[in-house]
Design a protein around this ligand. Structure first.
Ligand code: COA
Length: 385
């Protein structure tokens, strides 16, 4: 018996939620370009969680429910304060990154949730909305603590008049974002919301399939998303571009960097994809929006897109490998002044909607997920032989 390494090409189950396999990216029957242009993140989250496009009244009610759930319990805020020294560049090296702290904060939310042990559809939906509403507040408060600044509106979890995307930016900075920044962030959240049986979503379904709880499954999914081969690539891509920027500043060219990377067989972060071999549908959407924002903000922001475009051209012509959504995301969030270690937590603020939809789908029609392995170890040997 043998298996494709990394389960490549294996169909691991059915889902009504998303398809990436037919040359298009579809959320419950709606195509991603259409959603990016015409929907809001809240509308997409409703679609994923409730299983249908909301009416205007349903969307308004859903948005209001999220606003009402934004504030954090004191125990979570206390934990974020306690985590400050673990995150800060002080005299010693930080022992945690924001993804680690977000993971633990979500786990604590589970300890406090009145429905934590209830896997019914109704309880799962309530918990999904609470998590969706509170994760941006965790990110915002954490960033303020890292910067040694007061929390933004801890009693309400932000400004009730702001959208999910706008409030996320506001909670991090204390400043209400421009409509352009809010819209670009909103589109990035739409693009990140759902992606079929990717590693973190599959993790969440494996956990849910043991009949474990929503918060546990989301906590596990956050751990899976952190890795640079998955969601962590948006941070890693920007770090790599900064390295390229330093290299160019030292008198070299992007091409020299790339040829050295190819010789060293280095993985270029933000490139390649397990499923999309002819390009990630989401990448050009975000690249176009991010570039426009960088152009408006000035040459020091546009520079990263210009460097990134050189990297993309060389990758495509010499390796036939396209950028994935994490590549333009890195440059876009950088152009918006978002601190790099918060890029993957922001991915969580969106993907939690997809994870929760999958966890509910798993619980609604459950069977334990338990594959077998192909044993390649030694032959049986007597212990006392
Ligand atoms: N940089 C350089 N080479 C890459 C590459 C990258 N980012 N992505 C794939 N390749 C190369 C591989 O080295 C391999 O070459 P080989 O056949 O000469 O060994 C070939 O392309 C096939 O790649 P493979 O490793 O089989 O792809 P995979 O499906 O196992 O991995 C990723 C997919 C996403 C893990 C991989 O492309 C990657 O590590 N990308 C960088 C991290 C990233 O951006 N992740 C976010 C994904 S949305």
């Amino acid at each position: 018996m043998s298996t494709g390494r990394g389960l490549e090409g294996i169909v691991a189950g059915d889902t009504d939620i998303c398809s990436v396999a037919q040359g298009q990216l579809i959320y419950r029957g709606y195509e991603i370009h259409d959603l990016a242009e015409n929907a809001t993140f809240e509308g997409v989250a409703f679609l994923l969680l409730e299983g249908r496009k909301p009416t205007d009244a349903e969307l308004a009610r859903f948005s209001k429910e999220l606003v009402a759930e934004r504030a954090l319990p004191t125990a979570v805020t206390d934990y974020l304060h306690a985590a400050g020294p673990m995150l800060r560049q002080g005299q010693s090296t930080p022992t945690a990154v924001p993804m680690d702290v977000l993971r633990s904060a979500v786990s604590i939310l589970g300890n406090l949730d009145p429905e934590s042990q209830d896997n019914s559809a109704g309880a799962n939906l309530l918990k999904s909305k609470r998590l969706l509403a509170k994760i941006p507040t965790i990110i915002g408060h954490m960033q303020r603590i890292i910067e040694g600044k007061p929390l933004v509106d801890p009693a309400t979890g932000g400004d009730p008049s702001l959208s999910h995307a706008g409030n996320l930016l506001y909670l991090m900075t204390g400043e209400r974002p421009s409509p352009e920044a809010e819209r670009v962030t909103d589109v990035s959240l739409i693009l990140y919301a759902e992606h079929d049986y990717n590693a973190s979503t599959f993790t969440s379904r494996v956990i849910a399939a043991t009949l474990s709880d929503m918060h546990g499954a989301i906590t596990g999914a956050i751990a899976a998303l952190k890795g640079p081969l998955h969601g962590g690539a948006n941070e890693a891509a920007m770090e790599m571009l900064r390295e390229i920027g330093d290299y160019v500043d030292a008198g070299h060219t992007v091409d020299e960097f790339m040829q050295r990377a190819f010789t060293e067989k280095r993985k270029l972060m933000g490139f390649g994809h397990r499923v999309y071999k002819n390009g990630d549908h989401r990448a050009p959407i975000l690249h176009t929006l991010g570039r426009k924002m960088a152009e408006a903000r000035g040459p020091e922001y546009l520079r990263w897109f210009e460097l990134g475009e050189q990297v993309q051209d060389i990758m495509l012509h010499q390796k036939q490998i396209h950028p994935n959504v994490d590549f333009p995301c890195g440059m876009t969030y950088y152009a918006m002044g978002i601190p790099v270690p918060q890029y993957t937590p922001i991915f969580v603020a969106s993907r939690v909607s997809g994870w929760a939809a999958h966890i509910m789908e798993q619980h609604a029609n459950n069977r334990l997920i338990r594959p077998v392995s192909n044993y390649t170890g030694p032959e049986i040997t007597p212990w006392n032989g």
